[in-house]
Write a protein that binds this ligand. Structure first.
Ligand code: FE
Length: 143
């Protein structure tokens, strides 16, 4: 059955292909939960047709979001997988370039694949939790 992705593990690294019309963040969350990846590093490239990017304002402690709907190359997908209150927590950032080769970037909320993608999750042995900081307004990593 096609779940919208292919995945294969080599050592502590998962090579992942998320397919056309599938969304990156929800797919990576599903994979992390299925494979029980509690701590990991994410990196990837690919092609998207839309994305929603966030920007955190440290003064208001709020995110603003912008939607971009055009064909773009992912020039960098980067981030990590941690835990918050026993749940999988993904923190991803995205840079992407359209036909003018100029990049946009930000905190990745969602992105839909237009052609294909090549993503690697490096699983790390260990556990890092997150806790909400009233002072900062974000879920900070705790060690
Ligand atoms: Fe962020």
């Amino acid at each position: 059955m096609n779940e919208g992705y292919l995945i294969k593990k080599f050592g502590n690294k998962y090579f992942i292909r998320i397919d056309k019309n599938h969304e990156i963040v929800s797919t990576l969350k599903e994979i992390s939960e299925k494979k029980k990846i509690r701590l990991g590093v994410v990196s990837g490239i690919g092609a998207i047709k839309s994305c929603v990017l966030g920007f955190f304002n440290p003064e208001t402690k709020e995110y603003s979001e912008k939607t971009f709907s055009e064909y773009m190359e992912i020039t960098s997908l980067t981030g990590n997988i941690t835990r918050k209150e026993k749940n999988t927590y993904l923190h991803l950032h995205l840079n992407a370039a359209g036909s003018d080769n100029k990049t946009i970037g930000g905190h990745l909320v969602k992105a839909v694949i237009s052609a294909t993608s090549e993503i690697v999750i490096e699983e790390v042995r260990g556990k890092v939790n997150r806790k909400f900081s009233e002072e900062i307004g974000l879920n900070l990593i705790e060690m």
